[in-house]
Write a protein that binds this ligand. Structure first.
Ligand code: NAP
Ligand code: MG
Length: 405
């Protein structure tokens, strides 16, 4: 075999748990290390190691991402009470994704991987729709109260200078409920900039939607911040790139998305992004075909699959049973990270390799060879294979291509 592709700067590698962790190693062994002189700064975010390091490993991995610029992450367990018992944890450690997101202050972009023989449930969708979800505040940081009896609920703001402003929420005649939520201009501005930059990078239109007609201060503030930043910093760059920024009401956006051919980025407030990303993922086919990338305002990237550690398959695997877990989203996390590394370092062969590997993966599925989850969705002839067989089939197609060294 010819020389391996060299890397100038390492990737930050965040290893993970269960079936996702098994697939992680298989992808490296079969499709990466035979072709690339793979350089990574390795962090084991497996639950055991997080427990042993008091979760410092997660913080260190996020800091390394700030230093090197590009990370690739395996799915990890977010512990609950049952996991604390299962792994004899010393503490119910927080979600690694939450920790990393807080340190990088990022926006999460989710994009489906499209193959010809899996038709989206929405007939008009021809190209991927990327959801960009604002990952801070609103209902996720809300304060709620149950109102037991007759009385008045108020919003009170006390300034540092002691000045107070108040607003009556409701004069309750009897029991009810009340909620207050917040966001910060700083967070909304960085969300807007990350979205505009990502649209430019991908050369795709950017849509943003909120409910500014009803929420004349809260949602209107999101709309105004996006519009101001667009006009001041991005309008020229967008017209040069031949792309558009488009704001509309959330209800109108939903209707237009369904009628559209796809191929754009849809920026969503936190709750809208949570709900709509599940809708978009389901309509495109499968969570196992959904990639996810966290982009920070400083231009740092963390690539991962949108699915979890696939626990049910892992327990089968531990019993020695054959598993047909879909490795595609995890594989695309690697190719996304390698391509980004190649862009940043001007290392063209790494990016070409990433493209060839993605093409080989899509070809494999389009030729009817796929894991069990996709067989239910795909049209035409199909052969169900296990995870290792699938990766070998991708490798065979990769070797037939021309870009392999
Ligand atoms: P999951 O791991 O995404 O799996 C849910 C189900 O979806 C699986 O049982 C499987 O269905 C199907 N599935 C998901 N990915 C698949 C793949 N690659 N190939 C084939 N089928 C796939 O979600 P979960 O079971 O709710 O969570 C498991 C663990 O993952 C939890 O501990 C959670 O904390 C963690 N998690 C981590 C992340 C992350 O790190 N980003 C995200 C979500 C969840 P069938 O069983 O029907 O085959
Ligand atoms: Mg959700």
């Amino acid at each position: 075999m010819a020389e391996k592709i060299q890397m100038a700067v390492p990737l930050v590698e965040m290893d993970g748990d269960e079936m996702a962790g098994i697939i992680w190693q298989q992808i490296k062994d079969i499709l990466l290390t035979p072709y690339i002189d793979l350089k990574t700064v390795y962090y084991d975010l497996g639950l055991k190691n997080r427990d042993e390091t008091d979760d410092r490993i997660t913080v260190e991995a996020a800091q390394a991402t700030k230093k090197y610029g590009v990370a690739v992450k395996c799915a990890t367990i977010t512990p609950n009470a049952q996991r604390v018992k299962e792994y004899s944890l010393r503490q119910m450690w927080p979600s690694p994704n939450g920790t990393i997101r807080a340190i990088l202050d990022g926006t999460v972009f989710r994009t489906p991987i499209i193959v010809k023989n899996i038709k989206p449930l929405i007939r008009t969708w021809k190209r991927p729709i990327t959801i960009a979800r604002h990952a801070y505040g609103d209902v996720y940081k809300a304060v709620e109260m149950k109102i037991a009896a007759k009385g008045t609920a108020e919003l009170v703001f006390t300034g540092e200078d002691g000045r107070v402003s108040r607003e009556v929420i409701h004069n309750f005649a009897g029991p009810g409920i009340v909620m207050a939520m917040h966001n910060m201009d700083k967070s909304i501005k960085s969300f807007a900039r990350v979205c505009f930059n990502y649209a430019l990078n991908q050369k795709k239109d950017l849509w943003f939607a909120a409910k500014d007609t009803i929420s004349k201060k809260y949602d209107h503030n999101f709309k105004d911040i996006f519009q101001d930043i667009y006009e001041e910093e991005y309008q020229g760059k967008f017209s040069e790139a031949g792309i558009e920024y488009f704001y509309t009401l959330i209800d109108d956006a939903v209707a237009r998305v369904i009628r559209s051919p796809g191929g754009f980025i849809w920026a969503c407030k936190n709750y809208d992004g949570d709900v709509m990303s599940d809708m978009v993922a389901t309509a495109f086919g499968s969570l196992a075909m959904m990639t996810s990338v966290l982009v920070s305002p400083d231009g740092h990237y963390e690539f991962e699959a949108a699915h979890g550690t696939v626990t049910r398959h892992y327990y089968q695997y531990l019993k020695g049973a054959e598993t047909s877990t879909n490795p595609v989203a995890t594989l695309f996390a690697w190719t996304g990270a390698l391509r980004k590394r190649s862009e940043l370092d001007g290392a063209g062969s790494l990016g070409q390799f990433a493209g060839a590997l993605e093409q080989a993966t899509v070809d494999t599925i389009e030729e009817g060879i796929m894991t069990k989850d996709l067989a239910i969705l795909a049209e035409g002839e199909k052969k169900i294979v296990n995870t290792l067989q699938f990766l070998e089939e991708v490798n065979a197609r990769l070797q037939r291509g021309k870009i392999v060294p």
